[in-house]
Design a protein around this ligand. Structure first.
Ligand SMILES: N[C@@H](CCC(=O)N[C@@H](CS)C(=O)NCC(=O)O)C(=O)O
Length: 232
């Protein structure tokens, strides 16, 4: 029997907030695969598994260790082909890759401009210095200065960034079409990231179609996403 263990980062309150790890959590549920989750902090990542890991999601599936949400999704689809398909075939996989890149390179970079300080404020104590130093290096300025300059321009972009999602959900219930697919879990990861660290209402930038989709996605798998504590 297969044993699956995931590693996921949490806030000080224990809420799993990584957008990429939520992609994996939802994919495992979609496949009907039970797993144990070890909740860690950013600063624990170098000490997990083989000591070579730099990110979550990281999963152990029997003897194999995998990192990166897209690589994990491909592995789950191939290795557990008897479970419900994540992609619905090769074309669905190709289209989901587009959504993966849209989320990673268009949506998430705008969202981080709004919620960066919220993330920092929710972190476990042991992660705070690391997070501040690594993100200040990445953005080339203090966290507070970054958000002060970037949050409002990002909000002005978000309606446009979400528009392809809005237009799609105006004519079909899921990004996957008639049923949820991995494409939905990619987008969901972003909304769950926001929901667990911030009171920022990202769904309002997509209006009713996105709000209805988010509610339905939070209800999937006996309310798996909804069970995670929302920030207040
Ligand atoms: N391309 C990766 C990105 C994963 C990623 O960036 N994970 C973040 C958390 S959301 C992380 O683990 N960062 C480690 C760090 O900043 O030290 C994926 O899709 O899984």
């Amino acid at each position: 029997m297969t044993t699956i263990k995931t590693y996921d980062i949490t806030t000080a309150e224990g809420a799993r907030f990584s957008p990429h790890a939520w992609r994996t959590t939802m994919a495992l549920a979609h496949k009907g695969l039970d797993h144990e989750c070890e909740k860690i902090g950013f600063t624990d990542i170098p000490g997990i598994c083989d000591g070579a890991r730099k990110i979550v999601p990281t999963v152990e599936i029997d003897e194999a260790v995998l990192s990166d949400s897209w690589a994990i999704a491909l592995h789950l689809e191939e290795s557990f082909s008897e479970g419900p398909s994540l992609f619905g075939g090769e074309k669905g996989k190709a289209h989901a890759l587009f959504i993966n890149n849209w989320a990673s390179f268009s949506l998430n970079p705008q969202v981080i401009r709004v919620i960066l300080l919220d993330i920092y404020n929710q972190l476990q104590d042991k992660d705070r210095d690391y997070f501040r130093a690594s993100r200040e290096k990445r953005f080339g300025m203090g966290l507070e200065d970054f958000v002060a300059g970037a949050a409002e321009p990002a909000k002005a972009q978000l309606k446009g960034v979400l528009l392809p999602m809005v237009k799609t959900l105006e004519t079909q219930q899921w990004l996957g079409g008639r049923v949820p697919s991995y494409a939905d879990y990619i987008a969901f990861g972003t909304f769950q990231w926001v929901r667990t660290v911030s009171t920022f209402d990202l769904a309002s930038y997509g209006g009713e179609p996105v709000q209805a989709w988010l509610d339905a996605t939070l209800d999937l798998f006996d309310g798996l996403g909804r069970k995670e504590r929302a920030a207040s």
